[in-house]
Design a binder for this molecule. Structure first.
Ligand code: UD1
Length: 370
C-alpha cells in the first residue's frame, strides 16, 4: 500500500474559496489523502473570507499566514516568505493552487524552489493583456506547475504554445461550477430577495446585478464615473444591485460620485446570497472573471465590462458578451439583452459538477509519495 497522499491546498482571496471547497470535500472522502489547508490572509474581512468558509463548509485552515493588503510586490513577497517554513514543516507531496491571485504565484514559486510539485487548478487561461496583474500570475504559475488542470479547451492550446508538456495538461472542467451546482438549491432559500425588496406578491421582479473591482475600471475616477453613468441609464429601467468590493468602495468614497436611486449599493455579500441574486437576475454586468463563468452555467445574460477576457468559452459557447467600457455600447447591449434579443448560450463541456472528482483522482493516481 502506498503512503497517504499529503496535499497542501492554498486559499488567499475571495474567488479562491468556491474553487477550493469542492476539492477539499472530495479529498476528505478519500481515506488515503491527508489534506492540509493554508490561508495566506490576502483577504481577511468577514465578508470576503470567513462567511465563505462557514457557508461552504470549508474546514478552518491549519495555518493563516496573515499577509493582509499591500502593493503587489509587498503582498507577493510576504506570502513567499511566510509559506516557505510551512512547506518545510509539512513536507506535502503536492501543493494545490487555484486561480490567478498574488497568493497563487507566490506559493507556486516557493513550493517549486523546494522541489515540491505544484498543481494549478484553472491553468492556461490567457487574456493576453499583461497590464492585468492576474495575467502575469497565470503565465508564471503555469510555467512552474507540474499539474495543469484546465477548465476549457482553448487553455490547452495556450499551454502547448508556451511549451508545457502535453502529459502535464488535464482537461477536467470547472471546480467553481462544481460549487455552483452543489450550492444552488441551498442558495435558492436565501432571504436576500425580500431584504432588497426584489420580490412582490407573485415572485421576483426584474433586476440587474453589477460588480466592478478591476483596477483598470475602478482606480481612475473618470473611468469609474463614466461606467456608473452608463449603469444609471440602466437603473432608470430596472433596479441594479451593486455589492461593492472594498477596492471600489475606497475609490467611490474618494471620488464622491452620485448615482441613480435605483442603483442600489450594498456591502459585499456572502456566496449563497450572491448566487441566489445571480440566478434570479435578468442581466449581470461585471468585470470579474469568475462571474462570466457562473452566468454561463446559469444561462443568465452577462455583459463583461472589459476589453478582453481570459475565459473565451463563455463567449463562444456561453451567455457572455464582451462589451468593453464605452457607456453607449454598455447601455445598448443591456437594452438588447433585456428585450430578449441578447445572446443565448449552452453549458461548456465538463462543467458538470464533477471536476474536483477528476482532479483528485488524477492526483491520487499519479503524484509520487515522498
Ligand atoms: C484580488 C485579486 C484579484 C481578485 C480579487 C477578488 C490579485 C492581484 N488580485 O484583488 O485577482 O479578482 O482579489 O476580490 O491577487 N481589502 C479589504 N479587505 C480585505 C481585502 C482587501 O478591505 O479582506 C481592501 C484593501 O484596501 C486592499 C484592497 O481591498 O488594499 C484591494 O485588495 P487586494 O487583495 O490588494 O486586491 P483585490 O482588488 O481584492
Amino acid at each position: 500500500m502506498p503512503n497517504d497522499l499529503k496535499i497542501l491546498s492554498i486559499v488567499g482571496a475571495r474567488p479562491n474559496l468556491p474553487k477550493i471547497a469542492p476539492l477539499l470535500r472530495e479529498m476528505r472522502r478519500h481515506p488515503g489523502i491527508d489534506p492540509i489547508l493554508v490561508h495566506t490572509g490576502q483577504h481577511y474581512d468577514e465578508k470576503l473570507s470567513d462567511i465563505f468558509f462557514r457557508q461552504m463548509g470549508i474546514p478552518a485552515p491549519h495555518v493563516n499566514l496573515e499577509v493582509g493588503s499591500g502593493s503587489h510586490a509587498a503582498q507577493t513577497a510576504e506570502v513567499l516568505k511566510r509559506i516557505e517554513p510551512v512547506l518545510i514543516e509539512h513536507q506535502p507531496d503536492v501543493v494545490v493552487v487555484v486561480g490567478d491571485v498574488n497568493s497563487t504565484i507566490a506559493v507556486a514559486l516557493a513550493a517549486s524552489k523546494l522541489g515540491i510539485p505544484v498543481a494549478h487548478v484553472e491553468a492556461g487561461l490567457r487574456s493576453f493583456d499583461r497590464s492585468m496583474p492576474e495575467e502575469i500570475n497565470r503565465v508564471l504559475t503555469d510555467a512552474i506547475a507540474e499539474y495543469l488542470f484546465v477548465t476549457e479547451e482553448d487553455a490547452i492550446e495556450h499551454l502547448l504554445k508556451e511549451g508545457r508538456p502535453r502529459e502535464s495538461i488535464h482537461f477536467v472542467g470547472n471546480v467553481m461550477i462544481d460549487s455552483l451546482r452543489y450550492f444552488l438549491p441551498i442558495a435558492q432559500k436565501s432571504a436576500i430577495g425580500d431584504e432588497l425588496r426584489l420580490k412582490n406578491g407573485v415572485g421576483w421582479k426584474r433586476f440587474a446585478v453589477l460588480t466592478l473591482h478591476r483596477p483598470s475600471n475602478v482606480d481612475f475616477t473618470e473611468k469609474l464615473s463614466d461606467l456608473l453613468n452608463a449603469i444609471d441609464q440602466i437603473a432608470a429601467e430596472l433596479p441594479v444591485i451593486f455589492p461593492v468590493h472594498p477596492r471600489t468602495q475606497n475609490h467611490l468614497k474618494q471620488a464622491g460620485i452620485r448615482h441613480h436611486p435605483d442603483l442600489c449599493l450594498i456591502p459585499p455579500i456572502g456566496y449563497l446570497d450572491f448566487l441566489c441574486l445571480l440566478s434570479k437576475s435578468s442581466i449581470v454586468l461585471t468585470d470579474s472573471g469568475g462571474i462570466q463563468e457562473e452566468t454561463t452555467a446559469l444561462g443568465v445574460p452577462c455583459l463583461t465590462l472589459r476589453e478582453n477576457t481570459e475565459r473565451p468559452v463563455t463567449i463562444s459557447q456561453g451567455t457572455n458578451l464582451l462589451v468593453g467600457t464605452d457607456p453607449s455600447k454598455i447601455v445598448a447591449a443591456a437594452r438588447a439583452a433585456l428585450s430578449g434579443t441578447g445572446k443565448a448560450g449552452r453549458i461548456p463541456p465538463l462543467w458538470d459538477g464533477q471536476s474536483a472528482e477528476r482532479i483528485v483522482e488524477i492526483l491520487l493516481r499519479t503524484v509520487p509519495r515522498r
